[in-house]
Design a protein around this ligand. Structure first.
Ligand SMILES: NC(=O)c1ccc[n+]([C@@H]2O[C@H](COP(=O)([O-])OP(=O)(O)OC[C@H]3O[C@@H](n4cnc5c(N)ncnc54)[C@H](OP(=O)(O)O)[C@@H]3O)[C@@H](O)[C@H]2O)c1
Length: 274
């Protein structure tokens, strides 16, 4: 039996859970082979088996900690050693850290910045030039609606997502005349392991607007394939974004501070964006 031609190879960071896992399922469904990365190799291998069974996708599993400065270099070297070219890069892995900036452990905040910003930037810098040379490629960077305003009590998380959005929009313009596209996905609160890992609660507000990871991934995937620059899944999240833009920034910051103040799982339950 002859094998169907593959659509290309997609590298997904944070593929072991949540939005990244759903994106991997969509890519496999559409004929892409996968490079799956996250720290938990056992979960990645289980996903790889599922992708083969469901979609005949070939997966390469590369466990890697992208909160370490050496992570992106090691990941890129392993991709190279495997002789793989990356046609689609999904920079999805990310973490949050809730609490007052002055009290959150510095190491945790530096890990967050490395994972959410620096590793994403390094992977983009390593994989974008070959895409430009080959004349095809797509990059999907997972930001957040947190990118749209400052976020007291989740300050480094919101700031990291503002960076991701700004970087993605800037690079999308730089490569405008090429066949490569760069998309920023800005989800609002989404049902994943994110909140538990960040030691914070999903909010009263979020309970009304929270989306499934599959729906968020579907919106991001569609937007990436269309080459859209920014994708905000969900009507409520788009409406909130418009409201933020129409409101003085100092007022927005104060409101977000009130919403975020009780977000640690040790505090009371009130919150806004994920
Ligand atoms: N959930 C939300 O409400 C929400 C809203 C807006 C934006 N986002 C963004 O969406 C993205 C995906 O998050 P999610 O909600 O799907 O959360 P999740 O369920 O916690 O998944 C996070 C993924 O990132 C991986 N990861 C975490 N730390 C890592 C590290 N140091 N090195 C490599 N991989 C690491 C995790 O796998 P391992 O533990 O195996 O490493 C997992 O696969 C993040 O960038 C997040 O900021 C989430």
């Amino acid at each position: 039996m002859t094998e169907a031609p593959r659509a290309g190879t997609a590298l997904v960071t944070g593929a072991s859970a949540g939005i990244g896992r759903e994106l991997a399922l969509l890519l496999a469904r559409d004929g892409f082979d996968l490079i799956l990365t996250a720290r938990d190799g056992t979960r990645l291998h289980a996903l790889a088996a599922e992708l083969t069974e469901r979609s005949q996708a070939r997966s390469t599993v590369i466990p890697c900690d992208l909160s370490l400065p050496s992570g992106p270099r090691e990941l890129a070297a392993r991709v190279d050693d495997a002789g793989l070219a990356v046609d689609i890069l999904v920079n999805n892995a990310g973490m949050g850290a809730a609490g007052p900036f002055a009290e959150l452990p510095l190491e945790r905040q530096l890990s967050l910045l490395q994972l959410n910003m620096v590793s994403l930037t390094e992977l983009t810098r390593r994989f974008l030039p070959p895409m430009l040379q080959r004349g095809r490629g797509r990059i999907l960077n997972v930001a957040s609606t947190a990118a749209f305003q400052p976020g007291p009590y989740l300050a480094t998380y919101y700031a990291s997502k503002a960076y991701v959005l700004s970087l993605s929009e800037a690079l999308a313009e730089e490569v405008r005349e090429s066949a490569v596209t760069i998309t920023a996905l800005c989800p609002g609160p989404t049902r994943t392991e994110f909140f538990a890992r960040a030691e914070m609660r999903a909010s009263t507000l979020a309970q009304h607007t929270v989306m499934d990871a599959a729906a968020v991934a579907a919106a991001g995937y569609r937007g990436m394939m269309r080459g859209e620059r920014i994708v905000v899944p969900g009507v409520a999240n788009r409406a909130a974004g418009l409201l933020v833009r129409a409101t003085p920034r100092s007022l927005v910051t104060r409101v977000v501070a009130r919403l975020n103040r009780g977000r640690t799982s040790r505090g009371s339950d009130t919150s806004a964006a994920g």
